[in-house]
Design a protein around this ligand. Sequence first.
Ligand SMILES: [Zn+2]
Length: 118
Amino acid sequence: MLKKEIEKKYSELRITMDKLGFVVTGSVIKQYKACGNPNCQCRKDKSRLHGPYNIWTRKVNSKTVTRTLTDEQAVLAQKFIDNMRKLEKMVEQMKDLSVQYIEYHGKNFRVDKNSQKL
Ligand SMILES: [Zn+2]
């Protein structure tokens, strides 16, 4: 890739990144649960379990943190999780481009597309 192309791609990524909304890590799943009441139907019959609940799980300081979300919160969380994945992908691309940019300054010819990543 030429130096100009590297700079153009990098700047496009920055523009896309600028438009990205909130970001969070983790995953949201729907879960049915048994309650604490030993006499409740949910204890005997799995089709009587309570829910579904929106369970958001994420790691904070390498510990798993779980939250139950409302439907509205779950939609937001899922959107922000998707944003996070996009952001991570973009950061990877930016790193690759930056490596190519450094390599470009060492040689006066095109950077090999398949050159090793740092
Ligand atoms: Zn129950």
